[in-house]
Design a binder for this molecule. Structure first.
Ligand code: NAP
Length: 302
């Protein structure tokens, strides 16, 4: 059996089209567009490229977007003041503080200062609590987990009653995706197990999975023989395993990326599988945009 490849790039394009259509309609009816601010402190190249990608997508969707770059030596007090300014800014529906923050700034304090109703990353304790309660309480599902769920649903995989096994228990992927899949509702209703470094017989858990979501950050952790024939395998892991010359510019070296699952072998056993790169990766920014749109819709009561 060769698995159906779930392409994040294709699902991203579909969702971005849906968001753009919604933005257009809201603009026509309410004369307002979603507003997103990204706060970047310092000039860390990786952070700069993440922020640039987010702002570029927001701009293409017709959002009101602000990239607010602050010097690396900004004080915690001034950064908190900036967050407060955007909390009060009516044209802003989503606030994103790019991590990591420089040493000396308590990132938890800064993230917790964001108005939970503008916390489009979904990491504020209030939004974590809302996710736990479920149903209509969920305002901003964290972006990577929301993207994973969307991929499973759009691939047509049955989630109700499915055995879902999540490898990894981080606050940004493992725990929230487990929470989303066990909710009572469409695209969920699953029976969920989370495994981690202290789990005994991890292979036995994985072998039971109808849907196996792997977010450990260990290249090749999940062996092909751990995969149930026909299962849906979502590989969240992004591991740099070397370098190669860029296709566009062979003088430049780019990272060789591998997932937590051996794709070539796993695709012969699974029913559905996501590639790395081009699988879960493209979904995260997309869901950030969707959360920003949701924030505006909540505000407008639509
Ligand atoms: P993390 O905070 O390091 O958490 C990794 C989790 O995996 C931990 O719970 C850890 O268990 C578990 N784990 C690690 N090695 C394991 C092993 N040998 N056996 C069983 N469990 C193991 O990582 P994260 O932030 O969740 O990210 C996970 C991966 O997803 C990374 O490769 C990251 O780059 C990728 N990622 C991708 C996206 C995207 O594509 N958009 C977004 C976020 C993350 P313990 O808790 O017991 O230590």
């Amino acid at each position: 059996m060769t698995a159906q490849i779930i392409k994040g790039t294709e699902i991203r394009d579909q969702i971005l089209e849906e968001i753009a259509a919604d933005v257009k309609e809201i603009k026509e009816k309410h004369n307002v567009v979603p507003g997103l601010v990204t706060i970047l402190v310092g000039e860390d190249p990786a952070s700069m490229s993440y922020v640039t990608a987010k702002i570029k997508t927001a701009k293409e969707l017709g959002f009101h977007e602000i990239q607010d770059t602050q010097p690396v030596d900004i004080s915690e007090e001034d950064l908190l003041g900036l967050v407060d300014k955007y909390n009060k800014d009516d044209s802003i529906n989503g606030i994103l503080v790019q991590l990591p923050l420089p040493k000396g700034i308590d990132d938890k304090k800064v993230l917790n200062a964001i108005d939970p109703d503008k916390d489009v990353d979904g990491f504020h304790p209030v939004n974590v609590g809302r996710l736990m309660i479920g149903g209509d309480e969920i305002k901003f599902p964290p972006c990577t987990p929301a993207g994973i769920q969307e991929m499973i649903v759009r691939a047509g995989v049955e989630t109700s009653g499915a055995e879902v096994v999540v490898v990894g228990r981080s606050n940004i992927v493992g725990k929230p995706i487990a929470n989303l899949m066990l909710q009572k509702g469409d695209g969920a209703n699953s029976t969920v197990t989370i495994v981690h470094t202290r789990t005994k017989n991890m292979d036995e858990h994985c072998k039971r999975a109808d849907i196996l979501i792997v977010a450990a950050g260990v290249a090749g952790l999940v062996k092909p023989e751990w995969i149930k024939p026909g299962a849906c395998v979502i590989d969240v892991g992004v591991n740099r395993v070397g370098e190669k010359p860029s296709k566009k510019n062979p003088d430049r070296m780019v990272a060789i990326l591998k997932g937590d699952v051996d794709f070539d072998e796993a695709k012969e056993i699974a029913g559905y599988i996501t590639p790395v790169p081009g699988g879960v990766g493209p979904m995260t920014i997309t869901m950030l945009m969707r959360n920003t749109l949701r924030s505006l819709k909540f505000k407008l009561g639509i």
